[in-house]
Design a protein around this ligand. Structure first.
Ligand SMILES: Cc1cc2nc3c(=O)[nH]c(=O)nc-3n(C[C@H](O)[C@H](O)[C@H](O)COP(=O)(O)OP(=O)(O)OC[C@H]3O[C@@H](n4cnc5c(N)ncnc54)[C@H](O)[C@@H]3O)c2cc1C
Length: 545
């Protein structure tokens, strides 16, 4: 006889499982218990006041888009929309060129709803590219964006079915050319834009979604990221999503247990029936077990090889995880960085993404090639992005000060020993400051109050859901591990999961929602709602999905 019993038991209380539990408790009326081994819920939605008093740092996800990430959650839970305050930047992206301290970028839709201001920035470099940008925008708004939304919120189909992105790419009206599907971002972007400046802007911003510039088949993801409408900056940090969702879950009777590691998922007659915790407690799941665990943990530790086919075992052992690894340092600064390019046009000061670039896309490609060979990025040729959160949301730092994040793709956690990482993390801080200072008038160690050195080594210790490499997308994102093939084709369709009543709600599953989105949680609720006749807010509200 089990020690506790619930309708649904969640392994982990991470971003996706929290989203699931909101729908399951409120709309499904299910009793849900979540067990997480960490000291708090929301591993990938976590913020800490850890650099200097009054400065907030998001140790994982920060770049969220309101509609694409949380749109349906906010629609179905107006109480969250009320609690979760956020800001947006005037300028979405800026790529600054070292050669002459100029920049090009995109304004956010709030500042520039028709994108005329963006058109003018592009036009200064190339009239033809400005026109192409407006053509692209039209296609994104009418075809590609809606397809991405649908692919995000609808449970992933099997690999032999068409998903919404396949359909839009096959539609000639969408503007997508068939050959682009097989091409890399750099190949498609070179075809679209003539100026190296705009090519560089698109490639670097696209890379922030894990689309490596030379990876075949990643052009759509790359372009869609570069064309994002806005970024939402959470007041109180991304962890505020954890607070808001936890409140909804608990006020609807759900329970969140912390410092509670799940050791085994209990399986009887091919069906998940509950979990056993590390302290021996057994918990019954009457309806389902929902897993936020990393794929190898799920297959080899929480269940066991005997439950999976040889193809699944080989596929999971072969997952690629070493390329999407970043350093993610948050800097507590005495004041906002001032860029030399502000003389050219002061608006780059307010950008969400500031790419420190050159008028040569080869440095972006060579940066990936170096890492594939196991080499640390060349600090003289960094491919650094500055994400300035406190410029849009000043409450993330004390008055007059700044909390700013830097992103550089680096090597996986497995590249160095524990002791080596301590040295690499310190040396890297120096590399960043030196590189950043070349583009600014006031970045030096004098301006730094403190910093949080989030490297892949740190990420692995933050949560086991980032796997042994500590990549920000947990497993890499490239066609073989995306969409209806993520993590492997045999496990992608959660309606046909090999173990009955077991459902994965993790970023390693579920289409294209490769970050802190609510998608995979919604997928699991949709499947359970169909199977068990639960309330369907999408039908009640007349939504397509
Ligand atoms: C440095 C960094 C930067 C990032 N930046 C962004 C960004 O800007 N934008 C973006 O969209 N995404 C970003 N991400 C990614 C985003 O944080 C994750 O994709 C997302 O949080 C994954 O959600 P999840 O629910 O799958 O996993 P998590 O949120 O990590 O949750 C999984 C939970 O399961 C728990 N767990 C696992 N196994 C067990 C077990 N056996 N027993 C008990 N508990 C268990 C873990 O402790 C964890 O709490 C970033 C990630 C990192 C590391």
């Amino acid at each position: 006889m089990a020690d506790m019993s619930f309708d649904v038991v969640c392994v982990g209380a991470g971003a996706k499982a929290l989203a699931f539990a909101c729908w399951a408790t409120k709309y499904g009326g299910l009793s849900v218990a979540m067990f997480d081994e960490r000291h708090e819920a929301g591993a990938g939605w976590s913020s800490e006041e850890s650099l200097a008093p009054g400065f907030l740092a998001d140790h994982c996800s920060h770049i969220h888009s309101r509609a694409a990430y949380h749109g349906l959650l906010l629609e179905d839970f107006p109480e969250i929309d009320e609690m979760a305050e956020y800001s947006t930047h005037r300028v979405f992206s800026a790529m600054i060129f070292k050669e002459d301290d100029t920049w090009v970028g995109r304004y956010g839709y709030g500042e520039d709803p028709t994108q005329e201001k963006t058109y003018k920035l592009f036009e200064k470099i190339s009239r033809k590219d400005a026109d192409t940008y407006m053509w692209l925008l039209d296609k994104v708004v009418r075809y590609w964006g809606p397809a991405f939304d649908e692919a995000g919120w609808v449970p992933t189909p099997s690999s032999d079915e068409m998903d919404p992105l396949d359909l839009v790419m096959a539609n000639p009206e969408s503007g997508w050319k068939q050959e682009w599907t097989l091409m890399s971002p750099v190949q498609v972007i070179r075809e679209l834009f003539e100026s190296v400046e705009i090519q560089a802007l698109f490639l670097r911003v696209g890379q922030s979604a894990g689309a490596m510039p030379d990876e075949a088949g990643m052009a759509m993801v790359s372009i869609m990221t570069a064309m994002q409408p806005d970024i939402m900056v959470h007041r109180g940090g991304a962890h505020n999503m954890t607070h808001c969702t936890s409140r909804v879950i608990q006020s609807n009777g759900g329970k969140i247990f912390l410092n509670a590691r799940v050791e085994k998922i209990l399986i009887k007659d091919g069906k998940a029936t509950g979990v056993r915790l590390a302290d021996g407690t057994e918990v019954d799941a009457r309806v389902a077990v929902v897993s936020g665990a990393y794929p190898t943990d799920l297959v080899f530790e929480l269940t066991g090889e005997e439950f999976w086919s040889p193809t699944v075992i080989r596929g999971i052992k072969g997952l690629r995880t070493n390329i999407n690894c970043i350093s993610w340092y948050t800097w507590a600064l005495q004041g906002q960085p001032i860029y030399s390019a502000e003389v050219y046009n002061p608006d780059c000061h307010d950008a969400a993404y500031i790419c420190l670039g050159r008028k040569d896309i080869n440095y972006i490609i060579q940066d990936v090639e170096r890492r594939r060979r196991g080499l640390w990025p060349d600090p003289e040729k960094f491919n650094l992005v500055i994400n300035n959160w406190s410029i849009a949301e000043p409450t993330l730092a004390p008055p007059g000060k700044a909390s700013v994040l830097t992103e550089q793709y680096v090597l996986p956690a497995t590249a160095y020993s524990d002791r080596e990482w301590q040295e690499v993390a310190k040396r890297h801080a120096d590399e960043i400051i030196r590189f950043w200072s070349r583009y600014t008038t006031n970045i030096s160690w004098e301006n730094v109050i403190g910093y949080v050195p989030v490297t892949p080594y740190f990420t692995v210790r933050h949560s086991r859901s980032f796997g042994p490499s500590g990549g920000w997308t947990s497993i890499d994102t490239f066609p073989k591990q995306l969409g209806k093939y993520r993590p492997i084709p045999e496990l992608a369709n959660i309606r046909k999961f090999p173990i009955k009543d077991l459902y994965p709600a993790s970023v390693c599953w579920g289409g294209y929602g490769i970050g802190g989105t609510c998608h995979q949680g919604y997928h699991v609720y949709k499947v359970l709602a169909d199977l068990h006749g639960l309330r369907k807010p999408w039908e009640e509200k007349g939504r397509k999905y």
